[in-house]
Design a binder for this molecule. Structure first.
Ligand SMILES: [Zn+2]
Ligand SMILES: [Zn+2]
Length: 842
C-alpha cells in the first residue's frame, strides 16, 4: 500500500501538512479512556476506468459532452447505454457522482438525433430535479431535441406547444398520473413515437408511493401499446434508424432507470416497471481515498441507581453519551488541529447544538478560535450560503455543522474530514456525505458517530454491512389492493379495461376489478370494464392513507405542507414539534374533521414523541413456515390503535422532560404483518422464565423493528409491532411486526422472506450490546406505547435463539396459505400451554 498523503491545513496553500488521516484519528481516539472506535476501514482511491464512445454515438453528441468536459464515458455508463440502445430495459445503480445521467442521456439523445420524430419521457421524483435535468440537456445545445419541462407550473399557453413539438419531455409521476395519462388523446402523437422512458432516482419510489408509481408506469405502457396498435398509423421514420431496432414497434418504449446504490436493483426495477430489467451496478468512476472510522460513544454511568429494572428502562437512565455531544467534541478537535471539517447532523437544531458546543470548547482552549466554526442550514439565503462555502474552501472557516440541506445542490467538496452524526438512513446517503471529503490526490477522514439506536449500534459493530454489500433493497408492493383498485379505476377511466390488461396489472387485478364492479365504480360489458362516472377517480399517489391533513401557519394562513392521514396523529397532535424544511413549528390545534392543523413558528429545545396503544387481530394467513415449536407467518391483520400521549425530550441530551396526555380517536388499519410464535415449553427450555416471557418478547419485538431497515428501505416509523405472551388468535406467545400503511407496503413481506437474516441480525445486535439491562442501542424503542416496560434483554436473546434454531436455515419453504389450499388449516402452535396473558406494543 502506498503511504497515505498528508491532510493539508485549511489556512492556505502554503501551510504545512497537519496530519495524515491515520494520525488525526489517533489523536481523536486518544481523547477518551475507552476506545470508541469499533472499526477502521481504508477505502482505497480508485483510478476510474473509461470505455470508448459507442460506435452509434454521433459525433455531434460526443462533441457536446466534450464541451462539458466528458472526454469518454466511464465503463459503467457505456455498459448501461449499450444495453439501452440495444433495446434492453436497464437500471444503473451506482454511487453518487458516478455520472448516471450520461448513461441514459447517451442512448436517448443519440436516438433523438438519429430519428427526427422519436420522443423521450423523463421522470424525476421532484420538479426541482426535473428542472436541473432540463438545464443539463438544454446546455448540450443539440439541434432539434427540444427539451421541455411539463409540470404543474407550466403555463397553459406552453402546454400545447410541448405536446406537439417537444421531443424530450421532463415531468414527474404525479403529473403523468393527473394530467398526461388522463389526457392521453392529446398526447397520442408523443406516446406513439416514445422510444425511452427514463426513471431517474427510482429508489425514491418505495413503499405505498412506489406501489402507486408502479401502476402509473403500467398505465403508461398500456396507453403506448394502444396508440401503437391504432390501425393506419404508420411508424415514423425508418425502421433501420440506429437505435430503432430497439423500439421495433414504437408502442413499446425502453425503460432506463437510475438508482442510488441498493440491494437487488434488477428485481426492484422489474417490480416498478412490470418488465424484466437488466442491472449495471459496478462503479468505474474515480474517487479519492478515505479512512473511514466507525465510532460508538461510550455508555454513561447511570446518574442515580433506579429502584427497579422496569423503572430504569422507563426512565431511559442507561444511555450512551449523546452523538451530538460526541460530534461537537470531535469537530472542536479537528478544527483545533487545523483540519477543514464538515459535520452532518440530522436536524437543524442539532446542527446548531453541535456548532455552539464546538465553538465553546474551542474558545475555552484558545479564545477566538470558536469563530472559525459555523452552522449551516436550508433557511439561509443564497448569498449567505455562498459566503459560508467560500469561507470554508479558503480556510477562513475550519468547521461547519450542517443538516443534509447540503446534499441538495451545493458545491462543497474536497474537505479534509467529514463527521456524520448518526446513520443517515441509507448507504447511499452515507457515501454521499462521506463523499464531501477528499480532494484529487488527497486523503481524507470520515467518521460515522453512532446514535443511541439499535440500527446505528448494529452497524458500527458490523462493518461488513456498510463496506461489503449494498445494505438495503427498495421495497414496494404493486399487489396492495388499496393501491391496485384505485389505480385500476384510473386506468378504466382512461380507456376501458380488457382481460389482457388484467395481466398487465398483475397479481390481484381480477379481484380488484370484481370489487370495483361490486361497488358500482365499473360496469362489465362484453368488451371489457367501463368507468361509470363523469368525473375521474380522485387518487393521490402520495397521500394514500386517509385524507391528507393540511399544515397551516395560524398567523398568516400560509399552507406549509400536508401530512398523510396515517401519520397525522403522531406528527400533528396538539403540542407536537413539527419540522418543515428545517424550520421548527409547534402545533396549536388539530382539527380532524376539517383535515387541518394550525401551527406557529417556535424552536423549543425539546422534541416530541407520540405514543399509542394498539390491539391486533389476525384476518387471514397468506403463507407460513411450520418449524416445530416455532411458527413464522405472513398474513392480513386488523390493527386498532390510538395515540394517547406524547413525551417531550431535550434535544441535546435526550432526557425526558415529561409525558402529556392526548385525546385523539382510535383508528383501524387493515394491513400486512409478519409474526412468529413459540411454544411455551421451548421458551422454558431456553431458560426464559414464564414471568420474563412478556418482557423477552417485547424486547425482541423492539429490536426486530429497529433492525428491519437493514433489509428494506423503510424506517421504524413505517412499521408497527405488538408482542404478547398469549395472543387469542395464535394461542401462543407471539411477536407481530406490521406495515403501518393500509394494505401493506411490502416491508412485512420482505421481513418474512428474509426472516433468517433479519432475526439473526436482531439477535446479534442485542447480544453484542455492552449494556446490562437494555438500552436505546438495543431493546428500547423511542416510540414504545408502554414506556419501554417490561423489557428483558437476556430473555430476548433466548427468544430469538429458539426461533433461529428452529427456522430452516435456507430460504423458508413457501407454504401457501388458505387461498391455494383451502383445506389446510395453518398451525397455531404445536403446544398450547397457558401462560399469563400480557400484551405490549411498540
Ligand atoms: Zn443495550
Ligand atoms: Zn414497546
Amino acid at each position: 500500500m502506498t503511504p497515505a498523503a498528508p491532510i493539508s491545513a485549511g489556512h492556505g496553500p502554503d501551510r504545512p501538512p497537519v496530519a495524515t488521516p491515520a494520525e488525526l484519528l489517533r489523536r481523536l481516539r486518544a481523547r477518551t479512556g475507552a476506545d470508541p472506535v469499533t472499526h477502521v476501514e481504508r477505502v482505497p482511491a480508485r483510478a476510474g476506468e473509461q470505455a470508448p464512445w459507442p460506435g452509434w454515438a454521433p459525433e455531434e453528441l460526443r462533441a457536446a459532452f466534450a464541451r462539458r468536459g466528458v472526454v469518454a464515458p466511464w465503463r459503467h455508463q457505456a455498459e448501461a447505454a449499450e444495453l439501452a440502445y440495444a433495446g434492453r430495459h436497464v437500471v444503473i445503480a451506482t454511487g453518487t457522482a458516478s455520472g448516471k445521467s450520461l448513461a441514459y442521456q447517451l442512448p436517448a439523445l443519440a436516438t433523438l438525433l438519429a430519428d427526427p420524430r422519436a420522443t423521450v419521457l423523463y421522470l424525476a421524483p421532484t420538479k426541482a430535479l426535473a428542472a436541473d435535468q432540463l438545464r443539463a440537456v438544454a446546455g448540450l445545445e443539440l439541434a432539434g431535441v427540444r427539451p421541455a419541462c411539463y409540470d404543474g407550473d407550466t403555463p397553459r399557453a406552453e402546454r400545447d406547444w410541448i405536446r406537439q413539438h417537444a421531443r424530450f419531455v421532463l415531468t414527474n409521476p404525479d403529473m403523468l398520473h393527473h394530467s398526461i395519462l388522463p389526457g392521453h388523446r392529446h398526447w397520442s402523437g408523443f406516446l406513439r413515437r416514445l422510444t425511452y422512458v427514463i426513471v431517474d432516482e427510482c429508489h425514491t419510489y418505495r413503499g405505498v408511493f412506489g406501489s402507486h408509481v408502479a401502476h402509473v408506469l403500467r398505465r403508461l405502457r398500456r396507453q403506448c401499446a394502444r396508440v401503437g396498435r391504432t390501425p393506419g398509423q404508420a411508424l415514423a421514420g425508418s425502421r433501420s434508424t440506429p437505435g430503432q431496432a430497439l423500439a421495433g414497434s414504437r408502442s413499446t418504449p425502453v425503460f432506463v432507470l437510475a438508482s442510488a446504490t441498493s440491494g437487488d436493483p434488477a428485481t426492484t426495477a422489474g417490480r416498478l416497471t412490470g418488465v424484466p430489467v437488466a442491472a449495471v451496478t459496478e462503479d468505474f468512476s474515480p474517487r479519492g481515498g478515505v479512512t473511514f472510522a466507525l465510532w460508538e460513544p461510550p455508555l454513561l454511568p447511570a446518574d442515580s441507581p433506579a429502584d427497579s429494572p422496569a423503572e430504569a428502562a422507563a426512565d431511559l437512565t442507561q444511555v450512551r453519551r449523546s452523538a451530538l455531544r460526541e460530534t461537537a467534541d470531535l469537530l472542536a478537535d479537528t478544527v483545533a488541529a487545523g483540519v477543514r471539517t464538515l459535520a452532518f447532523v440530522r436536524s437543524r437544531k442539532g446542527a446548531e447544538v453541535v456548532a455552539a458546543n464546538a465553538r465553546r470548547a474551542l474558545d475555552e482552549a484558545v479564545p477566538g478560535l470558536g469563530e472559525r466554526v459555523a452552522a449551516y442550514r436550508a433557511g439561509y439565503l443564497r448569498e449567505e450560503r455562498r459566503e459560508l462555502e467560500r469561507a470554508l474552501l479558503h480556510g477562513d472557516l475550519l468547521g461547519l455543522a450542517s443538516t443534509n440541506a447540503l446534499e441538495l445542490g451545493v458545491d462543497l467538496v474536497g474537505l479534509d474530514a467529514v463527521l456524520i452524526c448518526g446513520w443517515p438512513g441509507t448507504r447511499a446517503s452515507l457515501w454521499q456525505q462521506a463523499g464531501r471529503a477528499g480532494r484529487s490526490g488527497g486523503e481524507a477522514l470520515a467518521v460515522l458517530v453512532a446514535r443511541d439506536d439499535p440500527l446505528d449500534t448494529y452497524l458500527v459493530h458490523h462493518p461488513e454491512a456498510l463496506f461489503g454489500r449494498p445494505v438495503e433493497a427498495t421495497v414496494l408492493d404493486p399487489a396492495n389492493p388499496y393501491v391496485l383498485a384505485p389505480q385500476l379505476a384510473c386506468a378504466a377511466a382512461e380507456s376501458p379495461l380488457t382481460p389482457a390488461d388484467l395481466e398487465l396489472f398483475g397479481e390481484g387485478a381480477k379481484e380488484a376489478v370484481d370489487s370495483l364492479v361490486e361497488t358500482g365504480a365499473l360496469r362489465q360489458r362484453p368488451t371489457g370494464w367501463y368507468w361509470r362516472h363523469r368525473e375521474r377517480p380522485r387518487v393521490d399517489l402520495r397521500g394514500e392513507d386517509g385524507a391528507p391533513v393540511c399544515v397551516v401557519e395560524a398567523a398568516t394562513g400560509r399552507l406549509l405542507g400536508t401530512v398523510d392521514g396515517g401519520s397525522s396523529h403522531f406528527l400533528l397532535h396538539p403540542g407536537a414539534v413539527y419540522l418543515h424544511q428545517g424550520i421548527s413549528y409547534v402545533v396549536d390545534s388539530l382539527d380532524l374533521a376539517d383535515g387541518c392543523a394550525l401551527v406557529h413558528p417556535e424552536e423549543p429545545d425539546w422534541s416530541t414523541h407520540a405514543r399509542d396503544v394498539t390491539s391486533l387481530s389476525v384476518v387471514s394467513v397468506r403463507s407460513y413456515v411450520d418449524a416445530g415449536p416455532v411458527g413464522l407467518f405472513l398474513g392480513e391483520v386488523d390493527v386498532t390503535s390510538q395515540v394517547v400521549s406524547y413525551q417531550r425530550r431535550r434535544i441535546a441530551s435526550g432526557e425526558v422532560i415529561d409525558t402529556r396526555p392526548l385525546d385523539l380517536p382510535a383508528r383501524e388499519l387493515r394491513t400486512v404483518a409478519v409474526w412468529f410464535t413459540l411454544s411455551p415449553a421451548s421458551l422454558t427450555a431456553a431458560d426464559v422464565a414464564p414471568a420474563d416471557v412478556p418482557g423477552a418478547l417485547h424486547a425482541a419485538e423492539h429490536a426486530a423493528i429497529g433492525l428491519l431497515p437493514l433489509m428494506a428501505t423503510c424506517d421504524r416509523w413505517d412499521i408497527g409491532g405488538l408482542s404478547t405472551a398469549l395472543h387469542p388468535d395464535t394461542e401462543a406467545p407471539t411477536v407481530f411486526v406490521y406495515d403501518g400503511h393500509p394494505g401493506g407496503a411490502g416491508f412485512a413481506e420482505r421481513a418474512y422472506r428474509t426472516a433468517g437474516q433479519w432475526l439473526r441480525a436482531t439477535r446479534d445486535a442485542i447480544a453484542e450490546c455492552g449494556c446490562e439491562a437494555g438500552c436505546p442501542s438495543c431493546v428500547q424503542s423511542p416510540k414504545c406505547g408502554n414506556g419501554n416496560s417490561p423489557l428483558t434483554k437476556p430473555g430476548a436473546v433466548g427468544v430469538l435463539d429458539v426461533v433461529l434454531a428452529n427456522l430452516p436455515t435456507e430460504h423458508p419453504p413457501r407454504q401457501t396459505g388458505p387461498a391455494d389450499a383451502p383445506d389446510a388449516e395453518p398451525p397455531k402452535t404445536p403446544e398450547r400451554d397457558r401462560v399469563a396473558a400480557s400484551g405490549a406494543q411498540e
